[in-house]
Design a protein around this ligand. Structure first.
Ligand code: ITT
Length: 198
């Protein structure tokens, strides 16, 4: 596979994507991009495109411009909360909050709520030869009432995918990637890249 840039600042996403795609990926940090990549859209699709475009188009990096670039935007959509936190999943408890802050707030907002259904949705935006492509992956599950497991990141300790008893945080990286939103979205990306001989 040719060089591929993953426009993310999230090291957990990076290691999952490298394991799923089976390749090493170039990151913004590798390119000397130290600022936060803007994500101000109101949809996962919009944010994924915004992040991919930002890095693909970045000025002053001529050696890298034109290299196929993709970004991932992911949201946790909770049925009883009308799809929240959704596109705001990273800053559910406020700008600069931790994964723990977000999980605690979600558990608090679901106290006494019987309907625990939730879904992770990942949208991957790829820019290749100036053309834009979108890929999606989802996994359905439920939010449990307490933290379980040490693996993964984000909302993983409180999310149990349908058909399983463990949270994502209790699974190995391989198990999570085999069934996860990101695993599915990246598998679609990989299929597409194969058709382009990449
Ligand atoms: P980049 O934008 O730099 O890629 P980010 O962490 O800001 O990284 P998102 O905007 O996609 O990523 O934020 C989605 C949030 O949803 C993220 O901060 C986590 O809290 C959560 N999240 C994303 N993927 C997840 C996963 O696989 N398991 C659990 N939580 C996840």
């Amino acid at each position: 596979m040719k060089r591929l840039i993953f426009a993310t600042n999230n090291r957990h996403k990076l290691s999952e994507a490298e394991a799923i795609l089976g390749v090493g990926l170039v990151t913004p940090t590798d390119l000397g991009i130290v600022e936060d990549i803007p994500e101000t859209a109101e949809t996962l699709e919009g944010n994924a495109l915004q992040k991919a475009r930002y890095v693909y188009d970045i000025r002053g990096l001529t050696a890298h411009s034109g290299v196929p670039t993709f970004a991932d935007d992911t949201g946790l959509e909770v049925a009883a909360l009308g799809g929240a936190p959704g596109v705001y999943s990273a800053r559910y408890a406020g700008v600069g909050c931790s994964y723990d802050d977000n999980c605690r707030l979600l558990l608090r907002n679901l106290e006494g709520v019987a309907d625990r259904r939730a879904r992770f949705r990942t949208v991957v935006a790829l820019i290749l030869d100036g053309n834009e492509y979108l890929f999606e992956g989802t996994v359905e599950g439920k939010i449990i009432g307490e933290y379980r497991g040490e693996g993964g990141f984000g909302y993983d300790p409180i999310f149990v995918p349908d058909g399983f008893r463990e949270t994502f945080a209790q699974m190995s990286a391989e198990q999570k990637n085999a069934i996860s939103h990101r695993g599915r979205a990246m598998a679609n990306l990989a299929e597409f890249l194969k058709t382009k001989n990449l």
